[in-house]
Design a protein around this ligand. Structure first.
Ligand code: ZN
Length: 289
């Protein structure tokens, strides 16, 4: 097993050395010499310290400190080690994201993704996760990513610190209890943030570059039209797995995006492919080459 991991790591290093990203536009400062943890390292670290399930609100470390890991001296190799779907770093990719679930429609979206050798990122609510534990487990088993979207969709900017950490911690702890996975990324409800809030969240904030406005139209045709007219390599697409129309749109969008040459990947896969370091305290909208 160790040998296999080494071989995979070496082959990745060779591949990465010939793969150069010239200009990654992710709306952030680029700094590829950073040793921040990625999603998987964050979870390994969390596993080892699973007795520490609460933020210490008295002694908050800064966002950057919380993600530093000086023992990691090479760029991460997780994308290849975890790359069961055979992602091609050179080919266009899109991150589909679904907010506010899970719901009764989510399982079907998971089936669709799996059938199409694809994955997405689900920004779940703790209150919904508690009702759909099997769906949460399935998300992780199938290689999707889970992000924290608060416990019950509170506007986080209106909360005091105690309420804020309760929204975040309850959700993180619940997901961890269900799937042994701690959400690495965050999407605040309504995309509503302030600089002070972002610092407190201690997670990379993931917004979007294409808003399907599915919550408004509740119309599969309108949703697919917005996506097909705007989609580009590196986009992050916002949908909600709360509406049947969004499921219906997904049935069209997922195979058609693949047909157009896109790979459907998680936020972590997209960032790793584009050599974008996801940092706590930063906001990401897209990851264009
Ligand atoms: Zn939401």
């Amino acid at each position: 097993m160790a040998n296999r991991a080494l071989v995979i790591s070496l082959s990745l290093i060779m591949q990465i050395s010939i793969y150069t990203v010239q200009d990654v536009d992710a709306n952030i400062n680029n700094d590829t010499a950073d040793y921040s943890m990625n999603e998987h390292e964050y979870n390994e670290n969390y596993d080892q310290h699973s007795d520490i399930l609460e933020f210490d609100t008295e002694n908050l470390i800064t966002a950057d400190e919380s993600f530093q890991n000086p023992e990691i001296e090479t760029i991460n190799t997780d994308i290849k080690q975890e790359n069961k779907r055979g992602i091609d770093l050179d080919k266009p990719m899109i991150a589909l994201t679904y907010d506010d679930g899970p719901s009764k429609y989510t399982q079907e979206i998971l089936d669709l993704l799996k059938e199409n050798n694809s994955a997405a990122t689900f920004f779940v609510l703790g209150s919904q996760a508690s009702k759909y534990e099997e769906t949460i487990k399935q998300m992780i088993e199938d290689g999707n990513q889970i992000g924290n979207h608060s416990y019950d969709h509170k506007r986080l900017t209106s909360l005091n610190d105690e309420e804020l950490y309760d929204q975040i911690n309850r959700t993180d702890n619940l997901i961890y209890e269900i799937a042994l996975y701690k959400p690495f990324v965050m999407r605040p409800p309504y995309g509503s943030t302030t600089e002070a809030l972002i610092d407190k969240l201690q997670k990379p904030i993931i917004n979007w570059s294409i808003d399907t406005r599915d919550w408004e139209s509740r119309n599969a045709e309108a949703i697919t039209e917005i996506i097909f007219e705007n989609v580009k390599d590196g986009d992050i697409i916002l949908m909600h797995d709360l509406y049947e129309s969004s499921l219906e749109a997904s049935k069209i969008v997922i195979p058609e995006l693949i047909n157009r040459g896109y790979q459907l990947v998680t936020i972590s896969e997209l960032s790793e492919s584009r050599k974008v370091i996801l940092r706590a305290g930063q906001t990401y909208y897209k990851m264009y080459k």
